[in-house]
Design a protein around this ligand. Structure first.
Ligand code: ZN
Length: 189
């Protein structure tokens, strides 16, 4: 996403980011913690007050971290990730710190049928997702059938923005900071 509409030289970072961008951004940040080398997924669950109540990413179960992430179909199923991996939605639901009744899940990939069942049973009422790349597979069609039947709102997330997270960003206006960032004077305004 670009900031095409912002006037040149404006300090866009001083404006708060949109609430939905914030929650989906947390899901995107969470997926960066995933050890899966092929498919990284993140999820963020938010309650009706707009409070984040859980985050998650796909991982192996605790104690099983050394299991293979292989998807190689020439290998026996017991030697692939399929039976073992905890999906991001599953982990986020397990990580909750309160009831998930009427919550919204922001997730980077549309949920599989197993996660869809968990989402429904947890009380989550709405799902926003970025990618729907497996929409043609039956298990994802099953998710949509279940969501529609159970009254779970689900829609693909649309944003025109890119959020950049700079861990070294500072609002410090000290002289020391200005010296430290001579090529970015706007940051010190
Ligand atoms: Zn799943």
């Amino acid at each position: 996403m670009t900031e095409e509409n912002s006037p040149a030289g404006s300090n866009i970072d001083k404006k708060p980011i949109d609430q939905d961008d914030y929650f989906m951004g947390l899901a995107v940040l969470s997926k960066k913690r995933s050890p899966d080398p092929d498919t990284k997924v993140g999820a963020c669950i938010v309650n009706e007050k707009g409070q984040v109540v859980a985050l998650g990413y796909n991982s192996m179960p605790r104690g099983c971290e050394r299991f293979s992430w292989s998807k190689d179909k020439s290998k026996h199923l017991l030697e692939r990730k399929t039976f073992y991996v905890c999906h991001a939605e599953f982990n986020a639901i397990m990580n909750r710190n309160c009831s998930l009744e009427n919550c919204t899940m922001y997730v980077t990939l549309f949920p599989c049928n197993e996660c869809a069942k968990l989402i429904i049973q947890s009380g989550i009422k709405s799902v926003q997702y970025i990618s729907d790349e497996s929409a043609e597979k039956d298990q994802y069609k099953a998710s949509k059938i279940m969501f529609s039947t159970a009254g779970i709102a689900h829609s693909q997330y649309e944003s025109t923005k890119t959020i950049t997270v700079d861990l070294f960003e500072t609002d410090d206006n000290s002289d020391e900071n200005q010296v430290a960032n001579p090529e970015n004077p706007d940051r010190n305004e």
